[in-house]
Design a binder for this molecule. Structure first.
Ligand code: P1T
Length: 380
């Protein structure tokens, strides 16, 4: 089945009870049993739910995996991955990553004796210097949030395999429409399904997809034991969002290209970070690894000025100033004070998250209105 068919049919069938084409919202916490253990495959809502099951199957289908797991947020999904580890284990992570992931790693899991190395991975040969007998996991975002660096998944997966280390890829920015990390050798693919998967800024959700049964069984155990699941209503909304993922992504990419090119030619703009631009340092990897370049763009204006960046995001009218990304509407953010505020200033500036950086999530509105909006905000 091709991707554009999978978004609509992958892992899903009409409901068994009455043939409902969309899965009903089984808004229940528990299921009747005829005798202890005598149930129809569902016994308690934390463990399984008949609206979550088709969602988890659909996620697995999109990522070419065998097992899908849905969580109450992206961070809950990442939390489940790190719970595969134990005290003394080490993780190598991209240094440019979502601020909340950095906070979870450094403020929560370091307290449990897990050690994190944050390094640049655009050049995969940097990774091996940090591998030792305690290394259990390589954590990558690609493209990274918010600097849009692209990491070569295939090369990183080969390094991970050689050393028997799990490779997890946060595929939130690209979505399976643009890249499928499991096909490139990753062991776990993760999503903040809050973003493009849901697509309508109306839910908070996380997802994991894996091929390997042993890893899947451990993750299912953690999902049930820790309990950070998503509810039936949100599962329904995510399934509904997935059905248009391919058409939304196509427009996100088209609009993203037009706006990246507009900003790159703008006299007030110093630098644009979008992997589709030929001068992007990882453009060649992106071209090889991704089917298109997505709708996330970061940029810095000339003068590298905090006040100017704040003024621009405040003056936008079609773009909404807000955290998050990947919805149908365009959003603008100021990473240093919003999504990445939990990373110490010196650390974030080292990776490029300067005070003047603005991040845009390009929606699927008419691109002329988006460009006009940026033009008026940049002219102020
Ligand atoms: O917000 P949540 O669903 O828990 O997902 C966390 C997360 C994980 N990974 C990436 C790449 C992300 O971008 C996020 C969440 N990011 C934002 C809220 C943001 O505005 O960047």
């Amino acid at each position: 089945m091709k991707f554009n068919t999978k978004t609509i049919h992958g892992g899903q069938q009409p409901d068994k009870a009455y043939g409902a084409v969309m899965p009903p919202i089984y808004q229940t916490s528990t299921f009747a049993q005829s005798t202890p253990g005598g149930h129809k495959g569902y016994e308690y809502g934390r463990t399984h739910n008949q609206t979550r099951t088709p969602l988890e199957n659909a996620l697995a289908s999109l990522e070419n995996g065998n097992y899908g797991l849905a969580f109450g947020s992206g961070l809950a999904a990442i939390d489940a991955i790190i719970k595969l580890l134990k005290s003394g284990d080490e993780v190598i992570s991209t240094s440019d990553l979502y601020g909340g992931t950095y906070r979870l790693f450094t403020k929560v899991f370091e307290n449990y004796g897990i050690k994190f190395h944050f390094i640049r991975m655009e050049n995969a040969s940097n990774i091996e210097a940090y591998i030792n007998e305690n290394t259990r996991l390589i954590w990558t975002e690609t493209p990274t949030n918010p600097m849009m660096n692209v990491i070569d998944i295939e090369v990183t997966a080969a390094i991970a395999k050689k050393h028997n280390i799990i490779l997890a890829v946060d595929n939130t920015f690209a979505t399976p429409f643009l890249q499928r990390p499991l096909d490139l050798g990753a062991d776990i693919v993760m999503h903040s399904a809050t973003k493009y998967i849901g697509g309508h800024s109306d839910l908070v959700m996380g997802a994991l997809v894996v091929k390997d049964k042993e890893i899947a069984d451990k993750l299912y155990f953690i999902q049930n034991a820790s309990g950070a699941i998503c509810g039936p209503m949100d599962s329904f909304l995510a399934l509904r969002g997935i059905k248009t993922l391919h058409v939304r992504m196509q427009r996100h990419c088209e609009n993203g290209k037009a706006i990246a090119e507009y900003l790159a030619a703008h006299p007030k703009v110093e630098k644009v970070y979008w992997p589709g631009l030929e001068d992007h340092p990882n453009h060649d990897i992106a071209k090889r690894q991704m089917d298109d370049f997505g709708g996330m763009i970061s940029f810095v204006t000339k003068g590298d000025d905090y006040d100017q960046a704040i003024k621009i995001v405040e003056n936008l009218k079609v773009f909404t100033l807000a955290e998050s990304l990947g919805g149908v509407e365009s959003l603008a953010g100021h990473p240093a004070s919003m999504t990445h505020a939990s990373i110490p200033k010196a650390t974030r500036e080292k990776i490029g998250v300067v005070d003047a950086l603005i991040r845009l999530s390009i929606g699927i509105e008419d691109v002329d209105d988006l460009i006009e909006d940026l033009a008026q905000a940049l002219s102020k």
